[in-house]
Design a protein around this ligand. Structure first.
Ligand code: XBP
Ligand code: MG
Length: 257
């Protein structure tokens, strides 16, 4: 039986990467008078590296203008990352980046249906709050029974650490929960923890191969385009992926169908 849904944040709850984190990284480069900029395509390549500080360090490996000294490089990455998060908070504070379609409705379904929810993300708690408060209110954290971020789980996805911590905290078995992720690394983290996972593809992972997911689709806001397909004989008028649909998918974990 489905006991909890564990939500990824970036790309899953909201399309934060292209118009949020990327823009904020560029503002941080500018604020430090650095000539580097990450365009939309380059940022997509860099997203293979999870974690913003790790992404900066990775990019500096091919950047001849980056400091040679490893300690200086680390310090610059830390400074840029902190600045980036300040700019990111300013971008999302106005609610400029909406929740993805179907997310709010599924959050409400879970609250009504007694399914607990958690946050499992490689970003920071401050970033999660900055994103969610404009949409869910200052009390946003009360919607979630567990919140695991980069602070609690420093080993970034695809490492399963964040999922393992969430399971331990909730005292639930992997098979009794369901993760919702947007990226191959996120799905791999859930799978490595034994947690069944749905993938709602985001802008940057629109066609990347995803391995091991229970179902893969474009949006929780529509029933078209999901694999396995959502049957036409649906006994409901619902046009989105609702909790009833998710319970049916999740039941396959036990029946193997
Ligand atoms: C996505 C990430 C993060 C963000 C930036 O996290 O990999 O690194 O791109 O956030 P998830 P930080 O999909 O698990 O929510 O700069 O805080 O790392
Ligand atoms: Mg994600």
């Amino acid at each position: 039986m489905l006991r909890a849904i564990l939500w990824d944040v970036d790309g899953t709850l909201a399309e934060t990467e292209r118009d949020g984190h990327r823009v904020a990284f560029n503002q941080a480069f500018e604020a430090q008078s650095l000539p580097w900029r990450w365009d939309v395509v380059r940022y997509g390549e860099l997203l293979k590296v999870t974690g913003g500080r790790e992404r900066l360090l990775h990019d500096m490996q091919d950047e001849p203008r980056a400091p040679r000294d490893p300690a200086e490089r680390e310090a610059l990455a830390a400074r840029l990352h902190a600045l980036k998060n300040d700019f990111y908070a300013r971008i999302v504070a106005s609610g400029a980046i909406p929740l993805r379609p179907g997310v709010r409705a599924l959050l409400d379904d879970c609250a009504r249906g007694g399914v607990r929810m958690g946050i499992v993300t490689t970003t920071s708690r401050v970033n999660v709050g900055a994103l969610l408060a404009p949409h869910l209110g200052a009390d946003w954290a009360s919607a979630f029974a567990v919140i695991v971020t980069a602070q609690e789980a420093p080993r970034k996805k695809p490492d399963p650490q964040a999922y393992e911590l969430a399971l331990g905290n909730l005292q639930l078995t992997p098979a009794s929960v369901l993760a919702i992720e947007d990226s191959p690394a996120g799905a791999a983290a859930a799978c490595a923890a034994g947690v069944p996972v749905l993938v709602t593809r985001s802008y940057y992972f629109a066609s990347e191969p995803v391995v091991g997911a229970l179902a893969v689709g474009l949006s929780l806001g529509e029933r078209a385009g999901w694999l396995p397909e959502i049957g036409a004989g649906a006994e409901t008028e619902c046009t989105r992926v609702d909790l009833a649909r998710i319970r049916e998918w999740h039941a396959r974990v036990y029946t193997g169908n």
